[in-house]
Design a protein around this ligand. Structure first.
Ligand code: CA
Length: 226
């Protein structure tokens, strides 16, 4: 497993690298955004640890660029605990975030969890799930097709959609989705769920399904809709 660290503060980058290597993974450091993006494009990485405040190009922009061509897990590292930064990162396609200063144990737990999500079809069963005849979700290959065309979702978007689609009878609270779709380790807040749902809808909606196959149940949460 190889991890790309994009971080302009050398001391932090070195500490991250040391902990990652102690776990038996390899890591490379890029000290600014453009270098990070170039490195990502020229080599193969299994996960990206991405600082938000970077010289040249922001972490959020890099995240968006990476997402154009890759589903590799991205963990945003942010110095501020400001919700806006975090929501922007998740909107740009990040899978997770961690707030500085963080403990090495938390960092490694997040890395392991995201690598695991990437490696296994954690969506539940292995059978195809269909919604309304036009949406086909493949939990084994983590793919979604709409009218036969593949739609690119981030891992967390996929987890949320597939969990909901597997139980079309159930209305999911935001808390349920954090717990059952993203995992107990996910330290997300409810607004991040709204942000994922918004992205899924943007990717799936069409004139026949303006709500992107997801119905809002006011005062409670979300439910799959055909
Ligand atoms: Ca920084």
């Amino acid at each position: 497993m190889k991890i790309l660290i994009v971080e302009d503060e050398k001391a932090i980058a070195e500490v991250e690298k040391a902990y990652i290597e102690r776990e038996g993974y390899s890591a490379e450091i890029a000290g600014d955004g453009l270098t990070g993006l170039e490195k990502f494009r020229s080599e193969t990485f299994d996960l990206v640890l991405l600082d938000i405040m970077l010289p040249g190009m922001s972490g959020t922009d890099i995240c968006r660029e990476i997402r154009r061509g890759s589903n590799a897990p991205i963990i945003m590292v942010t110095a501020k605990s400001g919700e806006e930064d975090i929501v922007a990162g998740l909107d740009a396609g990040a899978d997770d975030y961690i707030v500085k200063p963080f403990s090495p144990r938390v960092l490694m737990a997040r890395i392991r969890a995201n690598l695991r999500k990437g490696a296994s079809g954690e969506a539940g069963g292995s059978e195809l799930i269909t919604v309304g005849g036009s949406l086909v979700i493949d939990p084994q290959n983590l793919t979604v097709k709409k009218d036969g065309c593949e739609v690119s979702l981030t891992r967390n978007e996929f987890m949320i959609l597939s969990k909901m689609a597997a139980r079309p009878d159930k209305t999911w609270s935001r808390d349920d989705l954090i717990t059952y779709a993203l995992g107990y380790e996910y330290d997300g807040f409810e607004r991040s769920i709204d942000s994922y749902i918004k992205n899924i809808r943007k990717k799936l909606s069409d004139p026949r399904h303006e709500n992107g196959f997801i119905r809002t149940v006011h005062g409670f949460g979300y439910k799959i809709s055909e």
